[in-house]
Design a protein around this ligand. Structure first.
Ligand code: PRP
Ligand code: URA
Length: 205
């Protein structure tokens, strides 16, 4: 299922993100703010357990997150999102997956994986761009094979083609996005999109 979020702050920061005159340091700020808004929605159903604490006035009941949470940024561009989610969930674990798209076939090629023996209970796969859906589908499959039971995908911009692919391959995975864009062009870039997210984050044009 794909959730496209609607909020004035999302529209505002998306506009800054898409604008080709936005320099990398401001681009990274827009990515960070949009990720915080996406993560706020995507974490709504995290499980809690009761705990007793003492305020300066009295004992009371509180609630704490009760599961291990893994963040899986897809290198490189996903790195622009993981620190923002870590700020919201300081106890989360970050496990990295590296993929690049082959320029002619547009197929994802894995080049890095850093996973532990014991998978977390819940994983958030982070990648700002969901284009053909190849990288996200492969990544989600790897996270499933690792043993994670519940997975969500956070993508700032998604193409309809990518959403269809992830939904077909992984109907159990919820997708959260700030925008479902129009289409992919002949180079499998999202239109209107924002260009190459990794290059704009890391200033590698
Ligand atoms: C981009 C993006 C996704 C992928 C999306 O990465 O960050 O990982 O393309 O495309 P897909 O849905 O068609 O698979 P890219 O390959 O440009 O690598 P980078 O993050 O290192 O720039
Ligand atoms: N990767 C990007 O960074 N941008 C796109 O539009 C498609 C894939």
């Amino acid at each position: 299922m794909a959730n496209e979020l609607h909020h004035p702050l999302i529209q505002h920061h998306l506009t800054g993100l898409r604008d080709k005159s936005t320099p990398p340091h401001l681009f990274r700020e827009h990515i960070r703010r949009l990720t915080l808004l996406l993560a706020y929605e995507a974490t709504r159903s995290l499980p809690l357990s009761s705990t007793e604490i003492e305020t300066p006035l009295k004992k009371t009941q509180g609630e704490k997150l009760s599961c291990r949470i893994g963040l899986v940024p897809i290198l490189r561009a996903g790195l622009g999102m993981s620190a923002a989610v870590q700020d919201l969930i300081p106890e989360s674990e970050v496990w990295h997956l590296g993929f690049y798209r082959d320029e002619s076939t547009h197929q994802p090629v894995e080049y890095y994986r850093k996973f532990s023996a014991a998978p977390p209970d819940i994983a958030f796969v982070l990648d700002p761009m969901l284009a053909t859906g190849g990288s996200a589908s492969e990544s989600i499959q790897i996270v499933k094979t690792w043993g994670v039971g519940k997975i969500s995908l956070l993508s700032i911009i998604a193409a309809p083609e990518g959403i269809s692919k992830v939904e077909a391959n992984h109907p159990d995975v919820e997708i959260f996005t700030c925008s479902i864009d129009d289409h992919l062009n002949e180079n499998a870039y999202i239109v209107p999109g924002l260009g190459d997210a990794g290059d704009r984050i890391f200033n590698t044009f």
